[in-house]
Design a protein around this ligand. Structure first.
Ligand code: ATP
Length: 253
């Protein structure tokens, strides 16, 4: 009898640790991460209160915990929705490694976007281009203007010219089509990023923290080209490096 209770405890503990680990890794880099860390402390204190038989403390912690979870659900509704949509409906599809008609089309697109970055960089035209991979970016498309045109360096260049009404915000690309421009992206939350860079770069990193997209940023101030993936940015990349990185990264996972 005692032994089975013992095993149940161990299994429960392993399950809790596994679920916590999954939750922490899914939310890493988002504002939900710090909420979860705070909740973890609550759980540990509640568990200790329960274990030591302190009924009043146990009750108080439970009330605070319920209020906190309720509040977090309201405050973080957009983030939770995005996590749910991206995880539930956009699982990696192993059958479609290439999402272009052919590898040749993919190479052609990578050449074209590299030329676009070179031109924007040379003329110091600030730009932010997001490349969709597995995760659906429709939440962000809705913040901009729908376009749906074949990607070309000339088109991207003209979108980001300051005279263009669409130059503010990001261009979103799916395969070799520009599907929207003027899109507003989430800003990176990490304090070290906040301190170091302006909003264009923060938005470029922010979208890669919340989705598996790639983002390319051309700085208006320096003309430098940077590429971000999974919340990390490779700064000031040369054209040949950019091309190599895109060849590796711009494919379905
Ligand atoms: N949330 C956002 N989503 C998409 N684009 C944004 C967002 N916030 C700002 N931007 C873009 O960033 C531009 C301002 O960039 P800012 O100069 O602040 O950033 P930066 O990182 O220093 O870039 P740069 O080196 O080009 O100056 C805006 O004009 C707008 O186009």
């Amino acid at each position: 009898m005692n032994l089975s209770v013992h095993w149940r405890w161990i299994i429960e503990l392993i399950l809790i640790l596994y679920l916590s680990f999954r939750l922490f890794s899914i939310t890493k880099g988002t504002s939900l991460y710090s909420v979860l860390k705070f909740l973890m402390v609550f759980f540990i204190i509640a568990g200790l209160a329960n274990f030591s038989g302190l009924k009043e403390l146990n009750f108080i912690w439970k009330v605070i915990l319920v209020a906190y979870i309720g509040g977090a659900f309201i405050v973080f509704q957009p983030e939770l929705r995005r996590l749910y949509v991206n995880r539930a409906y956009h699982r990696p599809d192993s059958t479609s490694r290439f999402f272009f008609h052919s590898e040749e089309d993919r190479t052609k697109f990578i050449d074209e976007i590299t030329i676009a970055c070179q031109t924007l960089s040379r003329k110091k035209v600030g730009a932010l281009v997001v490349l969709e991979r597995n995760n659906d970016l429709r939440d962000f498309l809705q913040t901009g203007i729908a376009i749906d045109a074949v990607f070309s360096s000339e088109l991207v260049y003209s979108i980001f010219l300051t005279e263009s009404p669409l130059h503010d915000g990001a261009v979103i690309v799916k395969e070799n089509r520009i599907i929207a421009a003027g899109c507003i992206l989430p800003l990176a939350e990490k304090t070290e990023v906040k301190k170091l860079v302006g909003t264009r770069h923060r938005a470029g990193i922010g979208i890669t923290e919340q989705t598996d997209a790639l983002s390319l940023v051309v700085s208006e101030t320096t003309g430098k080209v940077s590429i971000a993936v999974q919340g990390k940015m490779a700064w000031d990349v040369e054209t040949s490096t950019l091309k190599k990185m895109l060849r590796i990264l711009y494919r379905k996972l």
